[in-house]
Design a protein around this ligand. Sequence first.
Ligand code: PGA
Length: 252
Amino acid sequence: MRTPLIAANFKMNKNLDEAFNYFNELKKLTADTKNVEIVVATPHLLLYPLTQSVKNTNIQLSAQNVHWEDSGAFTAETSPKTLKAIGINYTILGHSERRKMFCETDETVNKRIKNALKNNLKIIFCIGESLDQRENNETIKVITEQVKKGLKSVSKEEMNNISIAYEPIWAIGTGKTATPEQAQEVHKKIREILNDIYGNEISQKTRILYGGSVKPNNIKDLISQNDIDGALVGGASLKAESFFEIISQSSK
Ligand code: PGA
């Protein structure tokens, strides 16, 4: 049985005061939440002060990216080692906004994954096709390539620290969600790819999240699909109440 993982992606939103208020509210709302893992990826500047706010709660903080080296001349990048040292245990990697706007490739995502794993971070590894690719029937080809290249030389043991987020680019921030059936079809395929690479045990254990305009009114139908094990939520995670509604409807 895979415990659902519900992750918020704040992207470049909220200042410190707003984030403190948000966490105060979310902590109260989720105090009795069980059987769902809750992760919030805030802007990196806010992570350290917020570690105090989430102490002794069931909310975990996450970064939104990390570099493939631990230190060096990499202006404005974030070292996974530095994150670990302040008590952060999660990072998102390979988000489509990083791929599209900041020239991330499957190769650089793989390098970041390898170094995050070396530093014992848990990873939400994002993949997803563009609208053009979907309309040209290339979805499965694109997904297969992203999974294989992104996970190149990642071992079976290391897969224990990886969840995959399937986020069709055309559904991110657009209000257009993939239908539960469209999402399930791709999630099932991702599990088959994992089965080919790592075998049945890892493929059954790995959580595959859906992302792209997840809202309180569509999470139930998505999470009820066999191979959907959680969600990566952007816009609808920015209000504690709406993020909590998504969390509370996600225990399977
Ligand atoms: P969205 O973003 O929920 O606003 O579509 C999801 C994401 O980018 O992870």
